[in-house]
Design a protein around this ligand. Structure first.
Ligand code: HEC
Length: 225
């Protein structure tokens, strides 16, 4: 349960009686509507900064969250998500649509550049990762062919998460140490290959370098020289 305040005009439109029960039915989270200016966990407002949710009654409405808790966040995600948006658009008063879901923010399709020292990042990547991965052209021939190249991995939609945590993803933990992050190697079982030792700053530089790698175009036919 959480408390949501809304101006009288919005309550009087009947819209909330259409909207909120559909959310509650889906999630089991009840919403108590309280009058404007009453203490509440969140409010609909047409005169504040908040998450844009819908337009209608000559206003742009936002959801202002005053107490973040799991129920309010769930409501925010629902009302800005596909189902919530459809529910908004489906409301009719006297057979007419009254509210329109706020325009969804276009998904960020642009390059996800990470600020940092790209030049030293590339050097570090060649030095530490280039033993196995093809990092750039200079490491094409020295790397292990079956290991995915950085350009291939740059295609993963979650490439950033994977690179940030590479040291915890196989096969790296057995030979990788990040200063202050990973446990020291077990002295009784030293790595069987040359260890990879890195600081977080160095990893940040590598991330900056990786962020500007052109993802390999997997759709294109393979080129033979
Ligand atoms: C000794 C060889 C070796 C070195 C050195 C190495 N990697 Fe890897 N890495 C691999 C192999 C092999 C895989 C593929 C594992 C698989 O497909 O299951 C891999 C996979 C990855 C993945 C994808 C992991 C996943 O599960 O999604 C990332 C990201 C990665 N490496 C980053 C790096 C970075 C960054 C460095 C250098 C700082 C590095 N690797 C150094 C061998 C290596």
């Amino acid at each position: 349960m959480f408390r949501l305040s809304a101006p009288e005009a919005l309550v009087a439109s009947g819209f909330l009686k259409h909207l909120l029960p559909r959310f509650s039915l889906k999630t089991g989270v009840k919403i108590e509507i309280v009058p404007e200016a009453t203490d509440a966990d969140a409010r609909f407002s047409s005169s504040s900064d908040g998450v844009p949710v819908f337009s209608g009654l000559d206003s742009e409405w936002v959801l202002v969250i005053s107490r973040e808790n799991e129920h309010v966040i769930r409501f925010r995600d629902w009302i800005t998500g596909e189902v919530g948006r459809k529910t908004i658009d489906a409301f009719r008063a006297d057979g007419k649509a009254v509210f329109t879901a706020a325009v969804a923010k276009p998904k960020d399709q642009g390059p996800q550049l990470i600020a940092g020292d790209v030049v030293s990042g590339e050097k570090l990547a060649v030095l530490h990762c280039g033993r196995c991965h093809m990092v750039n052209e200079t490491t094409r021939l020295t790397t292990i062919g079956s290991t995915p190249s950085f350009a291939i991995m740059r295609n993963f939609s979650d490439w950033r998460v994977r690179f940030e945590a590479f040291f915890s993803l196989n096969p790296h933990p057995s030979f990788t140490q990040v200063e202050g992050v990973t446990e020291p190697f077990d002295v009784s079982r030293p790595p069987s290959i040359v260890p990879l030792e890195l600081t977080l700053d160095e990893l940040d530089a590598i991330l900056a370098f990786v962020s500007q790698i052109q993802p390999a175009d997997l759709g294109a036919p393979i080129q033979y020289d």
